[in-house]
Ligand binder design. Structure first.
Ligand SMILES: [Zn+2]
Length: 319
C-alpha cells in the first residue's frame, strides 16, 4: 500500500493536537487530547497512541502512514528526546525518549521530533508562506518568542540540536526585564504576548495617559489589540514600541544569515496592522544598507487552527 500520508502532532503545555495529513497539506482527520492531566509519560503516550489509532481509522489511513512528526517544547531533533521541558506536567528536568516511546506504541511507525518553532518553520516551507524559499527565519510570537532558522533549505539544529533561541537574545541591555530563563532583557520579555501585557501594565502605572486599558483588572495582549483597533493612543504606542524592538532584533538576525524573509506566526502576529509598520521601519533603519528594503516581512498564511499540526507533519515527509 502507498505510504502517502503523515501524522502531525503539536505538544503544548495544556493540549496535544494531532492530525492525519496528505501531501497537499489537507488535514483529513484530527483530534485533541489533554497534556496536563498526566504527571508520568507512559499513560500520556498510551492515550496519545489510542487517539492516533482513532484518527487513522477515521481517515481510512491504515497502512498509509509514512511517519509521524512531532513539535514539542525543548524537542531535540538529533536524539528524539524532550529535555528539561518544565512547562510540561510530565516533563520536569528529565530527558524523555519521546520518539522511541511513541514509535513503540505505534507498531514501529517512525517518529521525528523537533521544537515547536522549528516545526512551524517546516510547515511554512512545506505548505505556507515560505514555499520555495531556501533562506528565512521563522519567528513565533506566542506566550514566548520562538525561532526557527532555515539556511540553504535546511533547519539549523546546531551542535546539540537546540540552535535558534533568538527569543532569548538580549533586546534591552540595561535594566532589562527578568526572563523565565533567568537572564534579563530577553527579546521575549518584551515582544511576546506576555511581554506586550507587561508593557501595558508598566505604562499604565508609570504614565498618566488616558486609556480604556486602565479600567481593566488584568490587561492581556488581546485587550491591547482590541483597544488599538478602537484607536486607543496608549495601545497604539505599545504596539509601536513592540514593533520597534522586534525590528531592531530582526536587523541583527538578518546580518547573521542574510535571509530572504522573516516569517511571523503566532497569536501576537494577528496584530499585523499595528506591528508591520514599526517593524519595517526599525528593521530597515538598523540593518546594513546592503539589506535595506530587501528582506521581506511575511505573516503566516496557514490557517491558525491547522498550522501547528501541519508544521509538525512536515517533518514526517523526511522520514
Ligand atoms: Zn530569556
Amino acid at each position: 500500500m502507498a505510504q502517502d500520508l503523515v501524522i502531525g502532532i503539536d505538544v503544548g503545555g495544556q493540549t496535544t493536537k494531532c492530525g492525519v495529513i496528505d501531501a497537499r497539506g489537507t488535514v483529513l482527520a484530527q483530534t485533541v487530547i489533554r497534556t496536563d492531566t498526566y504527571t508520568e509519560i507512559e499513560p500520556y503516550i498510551a492515550e496519545l497512541a489510542a487517539a492516533l489509532q482513532h484518527i487513522i481509522s477515521e481517515a481510512g489511513a491504515e497502512g498509509h502512514i509514512r511517519g509521524i512528526g512531532v513539535g514539542a517544547p525543548n524537542g531535540n531533533y538529533y536524539t528524539g528526546e524532550i529535555e528539561n521541558a518544565v512547562n510540561l506536567t510530565w516533563g520536569g528536568t528529565k530527558r524523555i525518549a519521546f520518539s522511541k516511546l511513541l514509535s513503540d506504541a505505534m507498531n514501529g511507525i517512525p517518529v521525528s521530533l523537533t521544537n515547536d518553532a522549528n516545526a512551524a518553520a517546516m510547515g511554512e516551507m512545506t505548505y505556507g508562506a515560505a514555499r520555495g524559499m531556501k533562506n528565512f527565519i521563522m519567528i513565533t510570537l506566542g506566550t514566548g518568542v520562538g525561532s526557527g532558522i532555515v539556511i540553504d533549505g535546511k533547519i539549523v539544529y546546531g551542535h546539540d540540536g537546540f540552535a535558534g533561541e533568538l527569543g532569548h537574545t538580549c533586546a534591552v541591555r540595561y535594566n532589562g526585564r527578568l526572563c523565565n530563563c533567568g537572564k534579563t532583557g530577553c527579546l521575549e520579555t518584551y515582544c511576546s504576548a506576555t511581554g506586550v501585557a507587561r508593557t501595558a501594565r508598566e505604562w499604565i502605572e508609570m504614565t498618566s495617559e488616558p486609556s480604556v486599558l486602565r479600567s481593566l483588572d488584568k490587561v492581556t495582549s488581546k485587550d491591547v489589540y482590541e483597544a488599538a483597533k478602537e484607536g486607543d493612543k496608549l495601545a497604539l504606542k505599545i504596539f509601536e514600541y513592540t514593533g520597534t524592538i522586534l525590528g531592531q532584533k530582526f536587523a541583527d538576525f538578518i546580518e547573521f544569515s542574510a535571509p530572504e524573509a522573516i516569517v511571523l506566526f503566532g497569536g501576537l502576529a494577528r496584530a499585523k496592522e499595528f506591528l508591520s509598520g514599526p517593524i519595517e521601519k526599525s528593521m530597515n533603519a538598523n540593518v546594513l544598507p546592503l539589506w535595506r528594503g530587501k528582506v521581506k516581512l511575511v505573516f503566516s498564511q496557514l490557517k491558525e487552527s491547522d498550522a501547528a499540526i501541519l508544521g509538525a507533519s512536515a517533518l514526517a515527509w523526511e522520514l
